[in-house]
Write a protein that binds this ligand. Structure first.
Ligand code: FES
Length: 577
């Protein structure tokens, strides 16, 4: 037995076999009420299965069953599994927005792991925020950890056509206005777009997060794209259960895998798959927890020249089931081998390059080669300028090429309610060349930075056939959405960024090739506006929202709470009841 596998080295043994007899009695005795044999306490690695299952998070509703497959694997490898729930964040139902609670859920995960006798952790995730929140929490403890992504839904099919979750929602208004889409059509489409267990099956944020953890090396190879209902997903869960026990024996911690190289790989792979802009904010927060320095500029420097290899909605036309059938992320990682750090270690103990070198592409309409990509430069562009001194982002692959260099008059909405009420005012002075500006939807401003950046085009312009316009905000955009949308403007309007001073009629210059976003108003006028500016009132004086508003960081830093950045290890020195 190696040093690492000795039972006295297991963290859980300090609960179950401590020097103090009374304490050991207490920790074992109550656990025994679940019918556990004695050898469960005698030096077998204890694996926590962190489950984000919830019936209010439909994308994760199947994870309760999945946990059983993980448990099987843990037991087969000689470990002891204990499943535990953490705050589950359902993107669709939560008000005012699920992102407000990402950091809260991360705290829940962190403290639950640290406070309990776990030697290793399996994260069962799915819906958008459940992956970053649990991973952020796990990073701050830094035990051996493996992620099992819950998998996408089967392809949506409506009247013989693919219907992408989320992406179809953004087309709905146009369909109702211009294509005679009825309420009955809508009900049928709703059913067709969610026909199985799993998360959104476009390359939205959930699929992006699944690919992120695989490219970081935190899943077994090929895990991200397997549909939730595919039997191979259960096998993946079981094998992950077996593997985490080995990882504990090898003391293979998150910090060993999550090096700067792993983050660079993830940024490049995200560009190649056309991943969501939300990737930026979550990866930055994860890097902050594990202690890897990542700058907003890195996403542009490392990713913007990477070609688009995956033809999935919202940038393309296929869905995650097609991606899986075509070979999935291993094919992309293999295609990208000249761009990646192939020696980056992964949870199976092997480097990412070796893991994926045998991958084969079965459909080049879905996954292209580097020599013949779907788009030459696909990554996220990071903009700077007086309107976004700390940066803003745009996803060129989801934007209209002709609008990437644009000068137009601002039409300003002070908050999302103002926008909803007035965007369709028939008297609104707006045309296709206008630049729609939305304030008050940043991390502090909303609060929680909702996915409202892809502001709907006014009805009167849709009727004229206008499908895209330049839109700018301090909010985020759903990974399933598209358009020439500048997001994550930092500093946000609520903390006094220049965005707060923009007025309707101001000229705004967007120059994506030169990475510029500029408010064309002279300094004297801006100073006058700044002097007259009154910061908005805080939303709440009590509870979590109050804590969030006081401590949330700006978007370019990952919008984590400032006191949660970093890690505090797995050690707890005191124990009293
Ligand atoms: Fe859960 Fe899209 S709503 S992944």
């Amino acid at each position: 037995m190696s040093e690492k596998t000795k039972k006295e080295n297991l963290r859980s043994q300090s609960w179950f076999n401590p020097p103090d007899a009374k304490s050991g009695f207490i920790h074992r005795s109550w656990m025994r009420n679940q019918g556990l044999p004695n050898d469960y306490f005698e030096g077998r690695p204890v694996i926590g299965i962190c489950n984000t299952w919830s019936e209010l998070t439909p994308c994760n509703a199947h994870l309760r069953d999945f946990a059983e497959f993980v448990k099987k694997g843990v037991l087969e490898a000689g470990g002891v599994p204990f499943e535990f729930p953490v705050t589950s964040l359902g993107e669709i139902l939560m008000r005012p927005t699920a992102m407000l609670f990402r950091n809260l859920a991360s705290m829940d995960t962190e403290e639950t792991i640290r406070a309990n006798p776990m030697d290793g952790v399996v994260l069962l995730t799915g819906c958008d925020k459940t992956t970053p929140s649990t991973l952020m929490g796990a990073c701050s403890v830094d035990l051996p950890t493996i992620v099992v992504p819950g998998g996408p839904m089967l392809n949506g099919k409506y009247k013989g056509e693919r219907i992408g979750s989320g992406t179809f929602v953004w087309q709905l208004k146009d369909k109702i206005k211009n294509e005679g889409f009825t309420h009955e059509d809508q009900i049928v489409a709703e059913i067709c777009s969610a026909r199985s267990a799993g998360h959104c099956m476009t390359m939205g944020t959930a699929s992006t997060m699944a690919c992120m953890v695989e490219s970081l090396g935190l899943t077994l190879p090929g895990a991200a794209a397997i549909p939730a209902v595919d039997s191979r997903k259960k096998v993946m869960a079981q094998l992950s259960g077996r593997r985490i026990v080995e990882m504990v024996k090898e003391d293979l911690k998150l910090s060993t895998i999550l090096t700067r190289k792993a983050f660079e790989n993830a940024i490049k792979v995200n560009a190649a798959i056309g991943g969501s802009t939300n990737f930026i904010i979550h990866l930055t927060a994860i890097a902050g927890r594990i202690g890897v320095k990542l700058d907003l500029k890195d996403f542009d420097t490392l990713g913007s020249k990477i070609p688009l290899l995956v033809n999935l909605m919202p940038s393309g036309k296929f869905l995650m089931e097609d991606f899986f059938d075509a070979g999935g992320l291993p094919v992309v990682i293999k295609q990208m081998k000249d761009h990646l750090h192939n020696d980056a270690l992964t949870v199976n103990g092997k480097p990412i390059g070796a893991n994926n070198e045998m991958a084969e592409c079965y459909n080049d309409e879905v996954i292209a080669t580097l020599g013949k990509p779907f788009l030459e430069e696909a990554g996220i562009a990071v903009l700077y300028g007086n309107l976004c001194e700390d940066g803003a982002v745009i996803k060129p692959s989801a934007a209209t090429p002709e609008l990437m260099t644009h000068k137009g008059k601002a039409v300003v909405f002070e908050n999302i309610e103002d926008c909803i009420v007035n965007i369709n005012d028939p008297d609104l002075d707006i045309d296709g060349s206008s630049v729609i500006v939305l304030k008050g939807v940043g991390p502090k401003g909303y609060p929680g930075m909702p996915e409202v950046g892809n502001i709907e085009i006014p009805d009167k312009l849709i009727t004229k056939g206008i499908k895209d316009m330049v839109r700018i905000s301090d909010g985020r955009m759903s990974g399933t959405a598209y358009g020439t949308v500048v997001l994550h403007v930092s500093p946000e309007s609520t903390v006094g960024g220049l965005l707060a001073l923009v007025q309707t009629g101001d000229m705004i210059v967007l120059d994506v090739p030169n990475r510029k976003l500029h408010l064309d108003v002279d300094d004297a006028e801006l100073k006058k506006r700044k002097d007259a500016w009154v910061p908005p009132q805080r939303h709440m004086e009590r509870g979590y929202v109050s804590l969030y508003e006081k401590t949330v960081q700006q978007a370019h830093l990952g919008a984590d709470l400032d006191f949660l950045v970093g890690k505090s290890s797995s050690e707890v020195t005191r124990d009293a009841h």
